[in-house]
Design a protein around this ligand. Structure first.
Ligand SMILES: *Cc1c(COP(=O)(O)O)cnc(C)c1O
Length: 425
């Protein structure tokens, strides 16, 4: 089956002059984000899953504009923390479209979400352990509660993101009926949930099918026990092509496989894509400040590293890289093996290793693709490095660049010892 070419926006599709102008205006490192692309991705999901409840997994990109955009396109919002619940409500998403997935939830998160539930009684909480159910009951919560199941199968692009079968997540299949019956008595039972992991590709569809089949069977078993299962939430993890030559995920094939594996149920199917909605809506811009010829590679030192975009260091993730400056040159530059390295004193602080790219020069502007998901969100202030700014393609600031004063503000001695000569970096 042919996949519609608009199913993916490649790094080469981004307009060079626009990116160049944004880097000049806002400095680097800089995340650039296109909310219009988020809308297109939402629409494709809705077309492929017309009857399903689609919940955007907010943790992929939490900017308020993104939450408003996805909700405007008819998606609900799945939240990984009390902070994300607060953000979603603040963005105007009604409680009926907010789900909080509690994983070993800190007391503070439960307090905050139960308080929010007081004002938004339609919000849903997903619990993955009997203890979480107890702790919600202790706080007086008796609202909509979904049960996270450990289906015993997982999938994903890297072992660190395979969640489906890991004992950390969810209640074992054998213990679900008892706990579901209790939830049905004491709360408003809102169905079952599982999440296989992240990065489902065409190759991993068998695992996805198996997870969905187990959830479908479980739903029918609960229904036979007299427990009505409003929603069967099969999680997210819809992959995006990080490599230039990787095909786009064929959503219709995933949707057909999902429906077929689920079988007939009384409840409604729900999915929770995060990365699929936002990954190709963002790029990271970074500038080369150091060029060094090593025996085996040319090292291009840049101002973005693992504190800006963690995925390569954490997951060995591949992100496409484009040298925007070299595209200006009257004659094409030589292709050489380039290692793009950040400013952190860690060997893992590389955006790519010995990849064929145009020979880099100091001052070159590089663009890193598919940076809209888990890019800005995983940025940190390690090395006292302020987090980057994020702007839309139109130049509106989504998140301003952090300053050293921001970073130091939390330091207990930061206020009393503050001197005015530290400058900003
Ligand atoms: C992270 C997460 C998702 C989204 O994963 P993606 O790979 O971004 O689609 C969905 N559901 C749950 C419970 C998650 O933790």
């Amino acid at each position: 089956m042919m996949v519609d070419p608009s199913a993916v926006r490649r790094l080469t599709d981004w307009n060079r002059d626009t990116l160049d102008a944004l880097a000049a205006a806002h400095g680097t490192p800089l995340y650039v984000f296109d909310p219009a692309r988020v809308r297109e991705n939402c629409r494709r999901l809705r077309a492929a899953f017309p009857d399903a409840e689609i919940q955007y997994a907010a943790k992929a990109h939490t900017a308020e504009e993104t939450l408003r955009t996805v909700h405007d396109e008819g998606l609900a919002v799945e939240c990984a923390s009390a902070g994300e619940v607060r953000r979603a409500l603040r963005a105007g998403v009604p409680g009926s479209d907010v789900t909080y997935t509690a994983v070993n939830p800190p007391a503070r998160d439960l307090d905050s979400v139960v308080e929010a539930w007081g004002e938004h009684p339609e919000l849903t909480i997903t619990a993955g352990a009997a203890d979480t159910v107890d702790r919600l009951a202790e706080r007086g919560f008796d609202g909509r509660l979904r049960l996270r199941v450990n289906p015993g199968v997982g999938a994903g692009h890297h072992e660190k993101v395979v969640t489906g079968g890991h004992p950390k997540f969810g209640v074992g299949l054998d213990r679900v009926p008892g706990l579901a019956a209790r939830i049905d008595r004491e709360f408003a039972f809102a169905g079952i949930h599982a999440h296989a992991g992240s990065g489902i590709s065409g190759d991993d569809l068998d695992d996805h099918r198996e997870l969905v089949r187990r959830l479908g069977d479980l739903a029918r078993e609960l229904q036979r026990d007299g427990i009505s299962v409003e929603t069967v939430d099969v999680g997210g993890g819809f992959g995006v092509p990080y490599r230039e030559d990787a095909p786009a995920l064929d959503l219709d094939t995933v949707a057909d496989a999902t429906r077929e594996a689920l079988g007939e149920i009384d409840g409604r199917l729900a999915i929770e894509p995060g990365r699929y909605v936002v990954a190709d809506a963002g790029v990271l811009l970074t500038r080369v400040n150091t060029v060094k010829a090593a025996p085996s590679t040319v090292v291009a030192g840049v101002d973005a590293g693992m504190t800006t975009l963690l995925r390569p260091a954490m997951y060995d993730a591949y992100h496409a890289i484009r040298n925007l400056s070299s595209e200006d040159d009257p004659s094409p530059r030589e292709q050489v093996g380039v290692t793009v390295a950040g400013p952190v004193c860690e060997t893992a602080d590389l955006l790519c290793e010995n990849r064929p790219l145009s020979r880099p020069e100091c001052g070159d502007l590089l663009a890193v693709g598919n940076a809209g998901a888990y890019g800005y969100e995983m940025a940190s202030t390690y090395n006292s490095r302020p987090r980057p700014a994020e702007v839309t393609v139109d130049g509106a600031v989504l998140r301003r660049r952090e300053t050293l004063a921001d970073v130091r503000r939390l330091d207990a001695a930061g206020d009393s010892n503050r001197r005015n000569d530290e400058g900003d970096v």
